[in-house]
Design a protein around this ligand. Sequence first.
Ligand SMILES: [Zn+2]
Length: 138
Amino acid sequence: MQAVTTISSTCRQQLIDYALQQLPEEACGLLLAPIGSDTITVMQPIANRHHSRVYAFTFDAEQWVHYYFHASKLNLSVVGIFHSHPHEQPLPSEADMNGFFDQHMLYAIIGFNQKESPQIRFYRRSKNRFIDFPLVLT
Ligand SMILES: [Zn+2]
């Protein structure tokens, strides 16, 4: 599995912009890096199909599968997933703890508890907790 340590500033800004557009609903999608690279350069939005999108997210299953496999055609690999917290800090919620688990994935949360200065935090997951995993900005 690819060891990602860095995110491009363009991609970071795209995450914030996209999550802002989706307010008041949660935004979600994939984080991608060129195969063999340690840098996330692409974010791929996935439609949120949760019945209560203001409070939670569920990937559109068809899009998830499509973009997961489409990535390899672009020489990209899926290295993480992102979602936003429209009103909360970018800290993993209980729902996040019970959500999709892959110890190789990076988890990005965009938090809008302060609307003027949205924050992104990155995590990796072990079985029962999220571990802070700050990325270098390039
Ligand atoms: Zn969450």
